[in-house]
Design a protein around this ligand. Structure first.
Ligand SMILES: [Zn+2]
Ligand SMILES: [Zn+2]
Length: 137
């Protein structure tokens, strides 16, 4: 049996565990994901609901009907606000964990991207953009 995948929010109030392999990850460029993450896109990792459990804390949830017409519930830490995962009543057997809150980021494998029609020009980092090993000093 493979080692459990662990994840947590920024403050550590909420922790979760995924048993078994993570599913494929996708980049979502939709406007709701941009608003929710505060970034150019979301990276969601597909996990079977039966593999997933909260081991610490109680996430809060916010439900909204997306542009697709499906309602999505976004679960986040009530203390620090970190987005953690998304569920949908249309697919109760799966959930999509935010890749950035997984403690073993090397296990995330993006396979596709969705909502390209809503993609912002700054979603892709141009090769050769000025970079610094740490913060800009
Ligand atoms: Zn937190
Ligand atoms: Zn999205």
């Amino acid at each position: 049996m493979s080692e459990a995948v662990m994840g947590r929010c920024l403050c550590g109030s909420v922790r979760y565990q995924c048993e078994g392999e993570l599913g494929p990850a996708n980049y979502c460029h939709c406007e709701d994901c941009r608003k929710c993450t505060g970034s150019a896109f979301n990276v969601g990792v597909r996990v079977e609901a039966r593999q997933f459990r909260i081991v610490k804390g109680s996430p809060r949830a916010f439900t909204k009907t997306g542009e697709s017409g499906n309602s999505l519930t976004r679960h986040f830490c009530p203390d620090c606000g970190s987005p953690l995962y998304t569920t949908s009543p249309v697919h109760p057997d799966v959930l999509f964990v935010k890749a950035g809150c997984i403690d073993q980021p090397e296990l995330v494998h993006p396979t596709h991207q969705t909502w390209m029609k809503s993609m912002v020009p700054w979603a892709a980092i141009p090769p050769g953009l000025t970079g610094f090993p740490k913060g800009r000093s």
